[in-house]
Design a protein around this ligand. Sequence first.
Ligand code: GLC
Length: 511
Amino acid sequence: MGVDNMIRKKRTFAVKAILVACVAISTVVAEEKNVEDNNEMVSAHQIRNPEIIRIAKELLATPDTEVEGVARPNPHPDAQWFPKAGLGLFMHWGIHSVVGAQPSWSMIKNYRHAGSVKLHPPEKYFSLAEQFNPTNWNPEKWLGTAKEAGFTYAVLTTKHHDGYALWPSKFGNFSTRQYLEGRDLVKPYVNACRKHGLKVGFYFSPRDWHYPNFPIYDVDFDFKKRGQYKRVDPKINRKRFEEFFTFTIGQLHELLTQYRQIDVLWFDGMGWHGIDDMHTKAVYKWIRSLQPGIVINDRWSKVRNPDEANVEQSFGDFSTVECRTAKERPKGWWETCNIWDMGGGWGYDKGERIRSLEWTLEHLIRCRQWGGNYLPNVGPRSDGEMTSGFYSRCKELAEWMAKHRDSVIGTTAPMNDDVATVPVTCRPGVWYLHIRPGDRREKEITVNAKWPIRKAYIMRTGAEVKYAMEGATYTFESPSGSLREVIVIEFAANTTEQSPSGDRLKAPPEE
Ligand code: GLC
């Protein structure tokens, strides 16, 4: 290489280096400017409450690896209703209900599950807050209907990923405080649950896409740019996260202290790009200090396994299977949530059609045979009234429950999956055989149990059912007709006992 050439190369390199440096400086300057631009917005979210600041600081100073003694599921006596609850009502309600849009996801461009109503850019979505005005908000009416239909707990979206809080939060600038003259929509819901004896559940999304600088993984709210995070100086990122964390703790503090006893907290995804520890265990411990008997799902955030830093584990009192049937019996306390509406979205759908009774019972029983709860979701209208489909399906469900409630609510799962050729649920000394209309083709139902049967009958009519016995196998003739029937078997022995993993079948002592 000639000298000239070398000099030219060096010069080019120097020019390139200067250019790179300029770009880096301008990015930092732009970032600083960005921070300044957002200052006004941020200041609305900045927490000045010394008590909240103290709590958040303490939580932030406690890494997951240092927290012990958060027993799961919650051993408190007030939490023990959960595995026998059976059926819960999930409700996605908020500013999205105004136009029947998919909650929050409809603001994401190019997203497959954004629903048919598109609300990108997000300003379009957020402006729905101006139209949301529930003049018919009467949860007492429809929670009464739910109670009759067999529901034993309810879970309402107090805040979805869109960040709109259904109560007049003192924190942030996107709640009924700014848009509905401080009206509290959560309180009537809580009161209605209590009035009808339903356990009170709050869905709360820690991720908040309205929050300034929230690092949403779809950059510019565009699914095509998923995961392409903007570069942020780690120090600035850390500061922003801590402010956001404090804001979230502030909102949670309101939810956990202003409504007396709350039974379920249903989180949906904490996370902040570039930050690993979400202080999950410390947060759960703090929540229990405010609500000792609460049951919390495992979606605040995963915790890292201290022995294998790259392995993350779910942490919570119960887990939620979403929109699918569990392939095998989940461990611990669990539920399945699912979209009940035929429209296929989580929020209000103008069609107002709810999936059939048979569909509902099939899913409920599949959960119950393994000791899980079923949580179908419905989207109320934006004015606060429930959909017509909800009322008609609940009426049918109530008719079925009037005869069969005891076979699905308050029951436990059999110890093994192979006790019968149809799903089984249990109570002390009693088994319930759940017969789908389709099962009748097989005509015979076999049950493996070593205890003598005292009585077997159709739950709906009380009519006795005949059976044959060979060894430990009983064979029943399948009831005819197109209805979903339940055969009740009363054993001449007490077949269940309490054990730490729930009451499960146990053979009586051998003679
Ligand atoms: C998913 C969806 C969210 C919905 C939740 C309910 O996390 O993203 O929109 O609220 O499921 O289970």
